[in-house]
Structures are given as C-alpha cells and as structure tokens.
Design a protein around this ligand. Structure first.
Ligand code: ADP
Ligand code: ASP
Ligand code: MG
Length: 406
C-alpha cells in the first residue's frame, strides 16, 4: 500500500464538473488501496477575485485579515471535494491548514512552514479516510491564519508529503509536466521527463511558476519524489528527483522568463565604504529581498548603484530608497518596471564554457539590448525590456538546441 499526496491546482478544480473529475481520479487510486492525501488550490481566479475584493474594502488591506480572506478559496474546494467523495460512499475528511498541523511563521501573505504536526492527518488516514487538505494556508504561533504566497499549495503538498513520508507527491496541473520553457510562450517547448531538484529550483526561482520555489526546496531537503503531471490525461509527466549519474546534463536544459521584477538605480552615490550596507541594510530590515545588484565605477568619487526587487515589493522599496538616498547624499533615483529577466539554466554549464557568449550573441542578433547580467554555476540571467521577453525566450530556446526533438 502506497501513500500518495496529490495536489490539484486552480484550473484542475475550476468548477464542480472538474472537481468531480478530480474525485474520479482520487477514488480510483483509493480503490487501488493507496492511502490518499488530496491537497487543493482555490478554483481558478478565486484568489485574484478575493484580492480585488479586499482592495475595494480597504486601500491598504490589513495583512492579517487579508490572509483570513484568501484562505477561504482553498477552504471552499476542500469542503466541496470531501462532500463529493462522501456522497459516493467513500470515507473522507477535510482539513484546513491549522487542522492539518501546518505551523508557520507570522509573515502574513508569504509565511514559511516551520513544522507540520501530522498527527491528525495520520490518524484520519489510519481510520481509512481520504484526507483532503486546503492548500496555501497554515497558522502561526498565535493561531492566526497565514497564507504561503502565490502558488503556495504546491508547498503545502510537498511539505505534507515530507512529513508523512509519502511515496510520491503528484502535482496535477494544466500542462503535461515541466517543459524546457513555458509552453504558452514557446510552442516548441519540450516536456522534460526527469529533472534534478537543483535545476528545478533554479527554474522556479527564475520564473517558471509551474512549481512554487519553496515546494522544490522542501522536496530537495526531504528527498520527496515529485511528479508534475496533467490533471486532464493519464500520461506520465516530469519526475523531479535527485541528480543521478545516468541523468543527462544538457548544457542548457531550460529557459525562463520573469516579468515580476523592477529595477531601481541610485545615480551618483558617494563612492565610500558603508554605502551599500546602508542601502541594502534598510531594505533587508523591511523584509525586502533584492535580486540582481550592479555597481558601476565612475570618476569623481561617485558611482551608480542598480538593483532589482519584485514588483510586489517595489512601492515599499521606493519609499525606503528615497529616504536612504537623502541620508547618503545620492543624486536622483531612476526606475524601470517594464523589464523582464530572461535566464538559461543547465547543470551542464558547470563543465562548459562559452554559454554566456552564445546567449549574448543570440540576443544581439535580434537587436535585443541587455540591461543587466548575472550568473551562477548553473544559470545566466539577462534583464531586457519586457516587450522583447517572448521573442528572447523563443530565440534562446532555439539557440541552445531545445527546439529539436530530443
Ligand atoms: P496550477 O494552477 O495548477 O498551480 P500554475 O498556473 O501555477 O498551475 O502553473 C502551471 C503553469 O506554469 C503552466 O500553465 C505554464 O504556463 C507555466 N509554466 C511556466 N514555465 C513552465 C515550464 N517550464 N514548464 C511547464 N509550465 C510552465
Ligand atoms: N490559490 C493560491 C494562488 O492562486 C495558491 C495556489 O493556487 O497554489 O496563488
Ligand atoms: Mg501553481
């Protein structure tokens, strides 16, 4: 008897008909004697609608109450699913995040799971129930409801799979698996049958929203085999697993695009020790993480300092930047929000040189100007204007041979 955690995303539970299809699949696995934990997202569009309602209720919605509101999306689908399974004569029980023992920190809207006390879930499974858990939510020390950030149901599922030591965590979504790039942007994208945690992590960090970043971190840390697959067919999807020796390591295995960043430039910053510490210290104190950083050297004892933050943090980052700019006597601040970060990722980069040159040449041939560059052992990222994002993705996908049948 295997223990399977199955997570279904928003499009997979978009209406009653689709929830019923999910119930069919769960029922089948249960009849095969597998123990089942089903983790659900809210119906497609519901989380966005709730955010918009909150915006109508208050200009700056209180974070605690926003989490109470957002968690209702997943509460709805979990209850509907459990009801449906019970009406088919199956034993099932729904759990909200806190009932499932999901303890988080208190960063409303982007809480991190600290630990899972899986006693309730374990007991319900032992009693023969199909366990249905509302994804995307937990509770902090005070018992306040928290949510895990957009796409957080992936993380709920993988963390629950880890805590129950499940045999597999299946992520059912609206694509057949993890592709070489977003199949909605590049029709030539190919499904990857196996990908390492490290590559998947980079892809998630760099904008492939098919899995939430934290879910891949959990999977890697606790060695949870994750199977990303379609909820609309029975085909095998993508296994996300430990890097193994027989795994092919193409130089570039994926291309990603992230439109969710903004650039802030401090012009004419005094070129002195402690300046960067002041700027980035103030941002860090506000819980804002900075992604790329570039500092140009200049003559005359001044430099330009450029960095990127996520769009969600942009307004707060600007408030802080303006204050700090005054304190450090910087010149003006310039911003760009219509930007895209395009990245190529591959384990094979560790042992290959010249990847950056291929990337820059391909972009140059399309007349796409590169604004910022950053690299790590297994990826290269370039910031470009957002209007060229899709062209850049398709160009790089072709340039690194990913268009070809593998
Ligand atoms: P769900 O609602 O099931 O959680 P998401 O919308 O969060 O689904 O994630 C699935 C989407 O991720 C796909 O529809 C696809 O457009 C997008 N995506 C981006 N990059 C990739 C990739 N490399 N492979 C597969 N899907 C990707
Ligand atoms: N419903 C949440 C969202 O739309 C969480 C999720 O679907 O994973 O982001
Ligand atoms: Mg998702």
């Amino acid at each position: 008897m295997a223990l399977r955690v199955q997570k279904f995303g928003g499009t997979s539970v978009a209406d009653i008909e689709r929830i019923s299809k999910v119930a069919d699949r769960v029922q089948k696995a249960h009849e095969n004697k597998d123990q089942m934990v089903v983790v659900l997202s809210a119906m497609a569009g519901v989380t966005n609608n709730l955010i918009s309602l909150a915006g109508q209720a208050s200009e700056n919605p209180d974070k605690r109450e926003l989490d109470v509101l957002l968690a209702t999306g997943e509460q709805t689908t979990a209850a509907l699913m459990a009801m449906m399974l019970k009406s088919r004569g199956l034993k099932a029980k729904s759990f909200l995040g806190f009932q499932a023992g999901i303890h988080t920190d208190h960063m409303s809207g982007k809480a991190r799971i600290r630990e899972i006390d899986s006693q309730n879930l374990r007991q319900a499974l032992d009693e023969g129930n199909i366990v249905v858990v509302a994804g995307f939510q937990g509770a902090d020390e005070q018992g306040d409801i928290t949510t895990l950030g957009r796409g957080g149901s992936d993380t709920s599922a993988v963390a629950i799979a880890a805590s129950l030591n499940a045999d597999v965590c299946e992520i059912f979504t609206d694509v057949d698996g993890v592709y070489t790039t977003d199949p909605r942007i590049c029709p030539k994208a190919k499904k990857i049958s196996r990908i390492s945690y490290d590559e998947m992590l980079e892809m998630a960090i760099l904008g492939a929203k098919v899995l939430q970043i934290r879910s891949v971190e959990f999977a890697k840390k606790y060695n949870v085999p994750v199977h990303v697959r379609s909820s609309f067919n029975e085909e095998e999807g993508t296994m996300v697993v430990n890097e193994s020796e027989d795994m092919e390591s193409p130089v570039v295995s994926g291309v990603t695009c992230d439109l969710n960043e903004a650039r802030i430039t401090f012009k004419r910053v005094p070129d002195q020790p402690g300046i960067s510490a002041k700027v980035f210290g103030a941002l860090a104190d506000a819980g804002i993480s900075v992604d790329m950083i570039i500092q140009n050297s200049r003559t005359g004892g001044e430099t330009d300092l450029t960095f990127t933050v996520t769009m969600d943090d942009f307004n707060r980052a600007m408030e802080i930047s303006e204050k700090v700019a005054d304190q450090i006597n910087a010149g003006e601040i310039r911003t760009a929000t219509e930007i895209a970060k395009i990245s190529v990722i591959g384990l094979g980069m560790k042992s290959h040189s010249g990847v950056a040159a291929v990337m820059f040449k391909a972009l140059a041939e399309e007349n796409i100007n590169i604004r910022m560059i950053s690299t790590s052992e297994i990826r290269i990222s370039c910031v470009i204007l957002a209007k060229y994002a899709e062209l850049a993705v398709r160009t790089l996908h072709a340039a690194f041979g990913l268009d070809k049948e593998q």
